[in-house]
Design a protein around this ligand. Structure first.
Ligand code: HEC
Length: 126
């Protein structure tokens, strides 16, 4: 929430600057706008990721790509059905499903934690 307030403040301030620049001349405006848009984009993506991620959820994206254009063998979790995350995680835990790293990772999470992580990823649209 703090993050969004800061973003809002920055935007309001930048808008004031923006209007002043319009009066001063479009040259200054043209130079200010690109860095500002980049800043906003970074801030928005950071806020969205950090907002309400349940414990452990952000650790998955070290291997499971957060963006769909990342070319990797490891599947994406974002936007996937809740059950399609919960079920393999439970199976990794019980040993029903074999794997290189997931068996160990899944054992580190309780069923509640797995459900929370799965719900968080399932809610992501992209
Ligand atoms: C160290 C890298 C790594 C991390 C961290 C990681 N995974 Fe995985 N994950 C894999 C690999 C590799 C596989 C393929 C199975 C295997 O070899 O263990 C996989 C498979 C899976 C699968 C089943 C694959 C599928 O496409 O159906 C699920 C679900 C899954 N991971 C969920 C998670 C969740 C949730 C987290 C975070 C708590 C996580 N993973 C963290 C590497 C990782």
């Amino acid at each position: 929430v703090d993050c969004f307030v800061a973003l809002l403040l920055a935007m309001t301030r930048a808008l004031g600057q923006f209007r002043r620049n319009l009066l001063l001349g479009s040259d200054v405006m043209r130079r200010c706008l690109p860095p500002f848009s980049i800043l906003v984009a970074i801030c928005i993506s950071f806020c969205a990721a950090a907002a309400d991620a349940p414990p452990g959820a952000l650790s998955c994206s070290g291997c499971h790509p957060a963006r769909k254009w990342v070319d990797t063998q490891v599947s994406r979790l974002a936007g996937r059905d809740l059950g399609a995350i919960v079920q393999p995680m439970r199976q990794f835990k019980t040993g029903q499903l074999d794997g290189t790293v997931m068996v160990r990772i899944a054992k580190g999470f309780s069923d509640d934690e797995i459900s929370a992580i799965a719900a968080w990823y399932a809610a992501q649209k992209e």
